[in-house]
Design a protein around this ligand. Sequence first.
Ligand SMILES: Cc1ncc(COP(=O)(O)O)c(C=O)c1O
Length: 406
Amino acid sequence: MDTSQGGTEICSLDDLRADIPLTDKYIYLNSCTFGPVPRSVQDCMADALRAENEEIIAIRGKEAGVRFYARAEQARHTLADLLGVSAGDVAWTYNTTTATRLAIMSLDWQAGDKLAVSDVEHGSTMRAAVGLKQSRGVESTFIPTTEAGATRYAGAEFFLEQLDSSLTPEHRLLVVSHVSNIDGRRLPVAEAARIARARGVMTLVDGAQSIGIFPVDVREVGAAFYSGSVHKWLSGPPGIGFLVISAEGRQGFNPFNLPVPWDASGDPNYSHVTAAALSELGTANYALRIGAGVCVETAQRIGLETIEEHSRALTAQLREGLECMPGVRVASPTDWELSSSVTTIQLDGGTPERCQQLVERLLDDFRIVVKYRPEICGVRIGVAGFNTAEEIEQFLSAAVHLIPQI
Ligand SMILES: Cc1ncc(COP(=O)(O)O)c(C=O)c1O
């Protein structure tokens, strides 16, 4: 940990773990829901909030005020850098759900239009599909990612074929997760976006479970929209997410009914306006943005490749142990390239009650935090950069011990 600048600067995975006091008390395997915010980032946000309220708001136009707000704005550039896009393409939102909704609601949906979504989208997207049907008469097409009856995701081919044969001129938007929150399957988002574009359909990629685990070049993915948050794998604060809006996505983007044209250029198209100007209306929480920026900087300082390598090794260790565990079936794909840090298990003869009991007993008896996944009646285990091989061993011993008892 580098302390030469006065504050603490996390430079390695060991530093990161040392700065997360939660790891002293729990084996935390649930960053798929919330990543714990490091102590130094909590302190940094508290300092920013205090500085803002005890001085900065009084001197907004003076040098210190300008520096404070420039620092908050710098977070957007840091995130853009992580994602491989320009800062003008990045809008802050409240979380992934609101980012995804913003993109969906930017389209001028008409009755007869259709939405396409993969069959493993997050509940918030599935609810958006229901809402669109109710409010605009928009039907949704659910694109299967595996053959009927398949027990595990087996690769991109089937999904891409289904997509190819399902998209019609009525479809306007495809929503697809980069990594599924259900079993961690990794979907071929770049190829999917290419197929959709060839049919005149825009794509929104939900990156809630991908950003912070492996490097993602959003521009290379090539979708009109890419949504995500910082509070999962980036161990950032909750209440701040993002939507990357490409120039294609910004063309008719006006979910808040801003005046048209935007400026004296008279251009009715918004692609020359920044994503922030089109989406972030009103006063922001600058301390939160500063905290988000520090978390993104931390991930970059440690290196996404280092985080991926570590998570991949621990995930392999976990899956190896689970594959030979009696009474357990690994529902996630084995190959890293087809999956991620998320592993979901199912129990032989498993019921929701047994799975929930396992989650409870792991917490109560072993201080191990995992999550029940109702969609496939499973238990989800998320391995983050701050986890260790010893923790994986402890999880495996606890599971072997508990499963016959529940
Ligand atoms: C794939 C996916 N999409 C969207 C969400 C919703 O995220 P948020 O809580 O940031 O709105 C989640 C949260 O678990 C998720 O896993």
